[in-house]
Ligand binder design. Structure first.
Ligand code: 9L3
Ligand code: MG
Length: 131
């Protein structure tokens, strides 16, 4: 399972997407992504998912430090990414928004992020502040 920490051109904001489903996660913000298909590398899977869900082409960079075990078969990995082409559009989500370090921290503190994604917040905040 791959998620993208997608950086804007200024390097100070990342893209969050608000989940539409399942009900227990609907309305919460996540780093967008999805499952790899058989034969796909992590990078290919993330590029395909972000093209399908948001209509953007991204360049995929390094992995964030923490991995999240979702179940026996599913481990969630986040990779840094940059938009190469397209304007992010919520095709499968309720909404998308760019957030800076401050807004990301606040959303996390308010419990408005998908629980799994909260593990990446300290690293993301540190990287965004360094930009
Ligand atoms: N999930 C958590 N954080 C994320 C993503 C992309 C996914 N950033 C979790 C939510 C679901 C599972 O992974 O429990 C499958 O996600 P999806 O394929 O429904 O997006
Ligand atoms: Mg998805």
């Amino acid at each position: 399972m791959l998620a993208g920490a997608i950086l804007d051109s200024s390097g100070t904001r990342i893209l969050l997407a608000r989940r539409a489903r399942p009900v227990e996660l609907a309305g919460l913000w996540e780093l967008p992504g999805g499952k790899a298909e058989v034969g796909e590398t992590d990078e290919e899977a993330l590029r395909r998912e972000l093209a399908e869900e948001l209509g953007i082409a991204v360049g995929v960079e390094f992995e964030l430090r923490d991995q999240v075990v979702l179940s026996d078969e599913l481990v969630l990995i986040a990779r840094w990414a940059r938009v190469i082409a397209g304007e992010p559009t919520a095709r499968e989500h309720q909404a998308v928004r760019w957030v800076d370090a401050e807004e990301l921290s606040t959303l996390c503190d308010e419990g408005r992020l998908v629980p799994a994604d909260t593990v990446w917040v300290p690293e993301l905040v540190a990287r965004l502040r360094r930009a």
